[in-house]
Design a protein around this ligand. Structure first.
Ligand code: ADP
Ligand code: MG
Length: 314
C-alpha cells in the first residue's frame, strides 16, 4: 500500500515559548520535542513534509541588525527571513535526524530554502498590517517613520511597532525541487516562515520584497505540491472554538468547508491567529486535499488518527 502523505505546519510556539528568552538551548529543546512527535508520525507509516513559523526569530534577527547598525550594514527583511529559515531549518533538521534514529527509521532529511512568489499588486502592499520586531516609544517611532519610511502602528498599552505587508502566497519558486525530493523519499523541511516573499521584475527575475507571508497560507500550497492527503496544523490550543475566550465558547471537533466559511464570515477566527489556519484548511480541501486538522503539538499523533483536534473535511 502506498504511504499517505501529510504536510505538517508547526506554530511559532513549537520553537519558542511565550515566557522564554529564546536562548539556543531553549529553542533546541522545543524543536527536539516537536521532532519526536514528527518522527512518531513517520514511523507510523506516513510520508511527511514539514513547514514552520518564524515570527519570534525573524523579529530578533531584525533587532540585532538594527542594534548593530553603526558597525555593520543592516540586512533587509527578505534576507532576515532567509536567515531565519536557515536557523530554524538547521535546528529542525538535526533534531529530526536524531529523533528518526531513536525511532529506528532510516530516512534522509533536508531543508529547502524557499522563495514564495507573491503578487506585486497584492492589496497587502498598500495596507501593511503584520506587526514585527520590537516595541518602540513614540519618539523612536516617529524617527524610524521619518528616517526609514517604516509604517508604525500603535499597540494599546505597549507602544509602537513596525508593520509590514503580509501578501498572499501565489506559488513556491522551489516547487519542483521540493516535489522531487519528497518523491525520492526525503523528509523535507520547506517554506519556513511562509517562505521569503519575492515578486518577478519586468525581465522575469525574482526579487525579494519587504514582507512576511503567513506560514499557514503557504502550508496549504506546499501540501498540494506534494499531493498530501492530510494537512496537520499544530499550534498551542487543542481545538478550534466558537466564541473563543468567552464563557459560551464551544469546541469544534469537525466542520465542513462550508461551515468553516460561515464561521469565518461570522468573525469567530481572528486575522493574525486562527483565521489563517482555518482559511488554509479551506483552501487545501478546495484544491483536492482530503482532510485538514488543527490541533496541539502534544496531541499530534492522536489528531492525525482523527481522535482529537478539529477536522475540516469536504
Ligand atoms: P501559531 O504560532 O501556531 O501560528 P497563533 O498564535 O498564530 O499560533 O494562533 C493560535 C492562537 O489562536 C491560539 O493560541 C489562540 O489564542 C488563538 N485563537 C484565536 N481565535 C481562536 C479560536 N476561535 N479558537 C481557538 N484558538 C483561537
Ligand atoms: Mg500564527
Amino acid at each position: 500500500m502506498p504511504e499517505r502523505t501529510v504536510a505538517i505546519a508547526l506554530g511559532g510556539n513549537a520553537i519558542l515559548q511565550h515566557r522564554e528568552r529564546g536562548t539556543a538551548e531553549e529553542q533546541f529543546a522545543n524543536v527536539r520535542k516537536a521532532a519526536r512527535h514528527i518522527a512518531q508520525i513517520v514511523s507510523s507509516g506516513y510520508t511527511v513534509i514539514v513547514t514552520h513559523g518564524n515570527g519570534p526569530q525573524v523579529g530578533s534577527i531584525l533587532l540585532k541588525n538594527e542594534l548593530m547598525e553603526e558597525t555593520l550594514p543592516p540586512m533587509p527583511l527578505d534576507i532576515c527571513g532567509a536567515e531565519s529559515q536557515g536557523m530554524i531549518g538547521y535546528m529542525l533538521q538535526q533534531s529530526m535526524q536524531e529523533a528518526l534514529r531513536e525511532a529506528g527509521v532510516d530516512r534522509p532529511v533536508a531543508t529547502v530554502l524557499t522563495q514564495t512568489l507573491v503578487d506585486s499588486n497584492d492589496p497587502a502592499f498598500e495596507n501593511p498590517e503584520k506587526p514585527i520586531g520590537p516595541f518602540y516609544d513614540p519618539v523612536q517611532a516617529k524617527r524610524l517613520q521619518e528616517e526609514k519610511g517604516w509604517r508604525m502602528v500603535q499597540i494599546p498599552g505597549r507602544g509602537y511597532r513596525r508593520v509590514v505587508p503580509s501578501p498572499r502566497p501565489v506559488a513556491l519558486v522551489e516547487e519542483q525541487a521540493i516535489a522531487r525530493l519528497v518523491s525520492a523519499g526525503v523528509i523535507v523541511i520547506a517554506a519556513g516562515g511562509g517562505g521569503v516573499p519575492v515578486v518577478t521584475d519586468s525581465r522575469g527575475v525574482f526579487r525579494g520584497v519587504e514582507g512576511v507571508v503567513d506560514k499557514d497560507h503557504t502550508a496549504a500550497i506546499l501540501a498540494r505540491i506534494v499531493g498530501a492527503e492530510d494537512l496537520l496544523i499544530l499550534t498551542d490550543v487543542s481545538r478550534v472554538t466558537l466564541n473563543y475566550g468567552r464563557p459560551d465558547q464551544q469546541e469544534i471537533s469537525e466542520m465542513t468547508v462550508r461551515e468553516a466559511r460561515d464561521h469565518l464570515a461570522a468573525g469567530h477566527f481572528p486575522p493574525g491567529s486562527m483565521g489563517p489556519k482555518v482559511e488554509a484548511a479551506v483552501r487545501f480541501i478546495e484544491n483536492g486535499g482530503r482532510r485538514a486538522t488543527i490541533a496541539s503539538l502534544e496531541e499530534a499523533t492522536l489528531a492525525l488518527a482523527g481522535r482529537v483536534g478539529t477536522r475540516i473535511t469536504p
